[in-house]
Design a protein around this ligand. Sequence first.
Ligand code: PSV
Ligand code: MN
Length: 392
Amino acid sequence: MTTFDDIAHQLDGQAIELPSWAFGNSGTRFKVFGTPGAPRSIQEKVADAATVHRFTGLAPSVALHIPWDLTDDWAALRAHAEEQGVALGTINSNTFQDDDYKFGALTHTDAKIRQKAIDHHFECIDVMHATGSRDLKIWLAEGSNYPGQADLRGRQDRLAESLAAIYDRIGEEQRLVLEYKFFEPAFYHTDVPDWGTSYAQVSALGERAVVCLDTGHHAPGTNIEFIVMQLLRLGKLGSFDFNSRFYADDDLIVGSADPFQLFRILFEVIRGGGYGPANADGRSNVAFMLDQCHNVEDKIPGQIRSVLNVQEMTARALLVDRAALTAAQEAGDVLGAHEVFMDAYSTDVRPDLAAWREERGLPAHPMKAYAASGHQQQIEAARVGGAQLSWT
Ligand code: PSV
Ligand code: MN
């Protein structure tokens, strides 16, 4: 029997990076609703991320998106973040909002447009040097809508060349992280649709190129934990973009649609050695990040709920009695093994986590503490005038 006391220390130092874009307004193609108190500047987004960290102790860094979060003074933004108690994290590139990229960016047939997209990544790498970021995350919106529209093979070859140019530019301590997504915005084919393609592309680049697994980017029914296992086995799982989906890339709160799936994923991360510090600087080789948007709910509590869900499922996954599980597996005890697994999943760790937080000077119930703190009302009253930020 593994108890909470056995695993409590493994929860120390858990770090879940927040996306800056989670704090801005977002929506669907039908409507973007304004949320009172939404940030009007990158400084306010960083302050919101820091608020989530203050209430949970789980979110010490914030990912930025270029050009949405551009500033002319990176040193000042870095200092502002540090003052608030967070670091600037992953830099996300953007090659999906420029007319030149209508038919592709890193895969475009026109070398000038490819170079423009490569140069954008060079700019992101410059930003990373200024912010101290480790990871350059690339998600590509490239693909085609109609059979026959594009030369699938030619695009894959051009992608490999463009990625090689970007990889050559990243620093010794930096990583290129390539995300995949099975469809959207292109509908017939996507140039990096699955983990296998991402794996093939990053493997050709070198050691510091790894895969990002966004939990929302798979077809319904996909066994995501199997992919987690395989990428860890191959040494190429670089990061997660956590979120939840019911239908497509819904970007809902992680663990809300299918907490059991989150548990299964985290179990494979832990078993595969992807959880916890792996580097001298205490960082893990598998970065946990959220990639979410809060369309109708308040953003700061939405992020608080999200990191708590990851923590809760991590605790339950750590509770799996691995020795008993292996014994049952090796004995061919199908239902015994399943029961060991489900016992951990069914354990209510919330009271233990509340105590764990209190011992560390954190609120026992971060959601309640945030609601009672008046912070939401305060930012709603203070942030009037100016233009609220969104994902455009
Ligand atoms: C679009 O699907 C997306 O959500 C990708 O998952 C990226 O990680 C994110 O946007 C930010 O570019
Ligand atoms: Mn993502």
